[in-house]
Design a protein around this ligand. Structure first.
Ligand code: PNS
Length: 164
């Protein structure tokens, strides 16, 4: 039996924290789909879907059992349509736990699918796409937090924004 996992998220943009979870999932499961949510309605949405996917593609290209997909609507429907067995989430801190627990229970209730949590690498426990964007927006160095390609894209984006 092969086990197919999904790592869902907005990936706006992908960080070393996401990559650590994706990488570890790829070592644990036969097949991993990184599912990028189509609409980032959250405040502070920066990159469009094509940009987020292009960055994800580049930084996961060394992981042979990882594929990318886009989803909108309910994650459980995507999981059902794609034969996904398990949802993988990273937990950074206790503050993540309450919401993630609720989502896991709701997804289990409506979609009959298990969620498994990977504990974030302590080096990444404070890391989020939102904070990375904030640091980059004000010209801070984000090279410890995101792959070089993403750092470049962030710098380009905020340079362009400044110019307009
Ligand atoms: O990277 P993010 O923004 O923290 O990812 C959140 C995401 C996309 C995993 C979550 O919001 C999600 O699964 N959204 C899809 C809609 C859905 O199924 N919601 C959960 C119902 S409990």
């Amino acid at each position: 039996m092969t086990v197919h996992a999904v790592c869902p998220g907005s990936f706006d943009p992908v960080t070393h924290g996401h990559l650590d979870v994706i990488r570890r999932a790829s070592l644990t499961f036969d097949r991993v789909t990184v599912a990028c949510m189509r609409n980032v309605s959250k405040r502070g949405g920066l990159f469009d879907l094509d940009d987020r996917l292009a960055m994800l593609k580049e930084v996961t290209s060394d992981l042979p059992n990882v594929e990318l997909a886009v989803f909108k609507g309910l994650l459980v429907e995507f999981a059902d349509e794609h034969g996904i067995d398990v949802i993988i989430k990273g937990l950074r801190a206790v503050s993540d736990f309450e919401y993630e627990l609720q989502m896991a229970q709701m997804n289990r209730s409506i979609g009959h699918i298990e969620t498994m949590f990977l504990s974030a690498n302590p080096e990444h426990s404070f890391l989020s796409s939102s904070l990375v964007k904030e640091v980059a927006r004000f010209g801070g160095d984000v090279s410890d937090f995101v792959p070089p390609l993403v750092a470049e894209r962030l710098a380009d984006r905020y340079r362009t924004d400044e110019a307009t």
